[in-house]
Design a protein around this ligand. Structure first.
Ligand code: GDP
Length: 225
């Protein structure tokens, strides 16, 4: 199936968000979870920049995508959490390297606090779109690394997302990095920690991407009225 995709805008706040009310699906997750690679794999070209320095991007990037005859939608690349401490999705503990920093309170500095503030301003502004009449229907995909099921920061982000009036789902990334035994075990652990079925995908091998597209198309429609 042919996918067309174009970069539309990088938004630093609500005033920059598109106003044409297309359905949209935002991707969120810890820095390094594989968000950029996944977006590029979905659209089959290099649209999103993969992270050089995790957490550096404080912009919401909007890509307009259309797959076959399906209606166009925006894929929205939100900044990764896990870098700025104590920033949104509200209350989620940040860490940049998976489990290493989970539960540890990092020392604060002005630079870090500024980054955290900027991050939470943008995500708060973005999630204000859920259910708002200035935006089309919004769905959110929480990406989690399939190698690390049930990280505190991911679970907190999921709990927070469940309080938002938008369609939502969890997806496990980098499944190609798991052995067969790990795959079965982690799949079970992911499903039970998030209490929903968590499909597993790989940007590297393309595994699960067809199913992910189906999920993406239906996700904004799940938005609470
Ligand atoms: P982002 O910070 O969430 O945008 O993460 P990136 O897309 O930049 O990916 C972070 C790192 O994980 C990079 O080194 C990627 O090459 C790697 N990565 C991302 N997706 C996959 C995947 O599906 N399989 C494997 N093996 N590596 C991946």
């Amino acid at each position: 199936m042919i996918v067309t995709a174009e970069f539309v805008t990088s938004a630093t706040g609500a005033r920059d968000f598109p106003r044409d009310r297309l359905p949209e699906v935002a991707l969120v997750g810890r820095s390094n979870v594989g968000k950029s690679r996944l977006i590029n794999a979905l659209v089959r070209r290099k649209l999103a920049r993969t992270s050089v320095a995790p957490g550096k991007t404080r912009l919401a990037n909007f890509y307009r995508v259309q797959r076959g005859a399906e209606p166009a939608l925006y894929l929205v690349d939100l900044p990764g959490y896990g870098y700025a401490r104590a920033a949104g999705p509200r209350g989620a503990q940040r860490d940049s390297e998976g489990q290493r920093n989970v539960g540890r309170d990092e020392p604060s500095s002005k630079r870090r606090d500024d980054a955290a503030l900027e991050f939470s301003r943008l995500t708060d502004a973005y999630f204000g779109r859920c259910g708002a009449n200035t935006a089309g229907p919004v769905g959110v995909l929480l990406l989690v690394d399939a190698r690390h099921p049930g990280l505190e920061s991911d679970l907190e982000a999921w709990t927070w997302l469940k309080s938002q009036p938008c369609g939502r789902a969890v997806v496990g990334t980098k499944v190609d990095k798991l052995t067969r035994a790990e795959r079965a075990r982690h799949a079970r652990e992911l499903d039970s920690s998030f209490d929903v079925h968590v499909p597993l995908v790989s940007a590297d091998t393309g595994e699960g991407l067809e199913e992910l597209w189906k999920l993406i198309v239906t996700l904004p429609k799940q938005t609470a009225a």
